[in-house]
Design a protein around this ligand. Structure first.
Ligand code: ADP
Length: 176
């Protein structure tokens, strides 16, 4: 059987992420979820918080481990002996981004395969950024995040700005 990694920011983990890793569990011997230490975007939760939230959210899946990582995804794959990188695909903008990343990773290591999975229909419109935005504006996000993430999200958004990893950008949801 083959080992895989599932890298991402997971800021915060969502039911979409859990859906993807659950599907991957049925395909691979072991999945390492890599929590990217320094993603190039606004981050609300620290790396340690994201790792802990994700660990709890996937604790029912016996062949999944969670660890932080920095640097290249292919290096994480080498470290854990994985031959496959799992990513998720939502309609629209994900495709171009995932395609470009997949080709770059293949160039960096031609022996690694990228497997892209689709989440269930009800999770396809969920993204961590939209959840942060809606939660910050007082919307109910309990259908979109694992049970343990909801209180963490509420606490983080009520905390003083100095205790949050970054500012949540609010685009158009507040205007509709
Ligand atoms: P990024 O790695 O771009 O920061 P995330 O951490 O949010 O993105 O997500 C990690 C991976 O999971 C990406 O491949 C992303 O497309 C995928 N993903 C996130 N949310 C969903 C969802 N609701 N359905 C399917 N795939 C998803």
């Amino acid at each position: 059987m083959v080992k895989a990694i599932y890298p991402g920011s997971f800021d915060p983990p969502t039911k979409g992420h859990v859906d993807i890793v659950t599907r991957a569990c049925a395909l691979f011997e072991k999945i390492t979820m890599g929590v990217y230490d320094a993603p190039p975007k606004d981050i609300l939760f620290s790396t340690r918080e994201r790792v802990e939230l994700l660990q709890e959210a996937v604790s029912h899946l016996p062949n999944v481990e969670v660890r932080p990582f920095s640097g290249l995804v292919v290096h994480l794959a080498h470290q854990v002996g994985a031959k496959v990188v799992v990513r998720g695909l939502r309609p629209g903008y994900d495709f171009d981004y995932e395609f470009e990343m997949a080709l770059m990773n293949r160039k960096l290591d031609p022996d690694i395969e990228i497997v892209v999975l689709m989440s269930a229909l009800e999770y396809q419109f969920i993204s961590s950024s939209r959840i942060k935005e809606v939660a910050q504006l007082g919307g109910n996000v309990e259908d979109f995040v694992p049970k343990n993430v909801l209180p963490a999200l509420k606490a983080k958004l009520q905390a003083p700005v100095s205790q949050t990893g970054g500012k949540v950008s609010s685009k158009w949801i507040s205007a509709v």
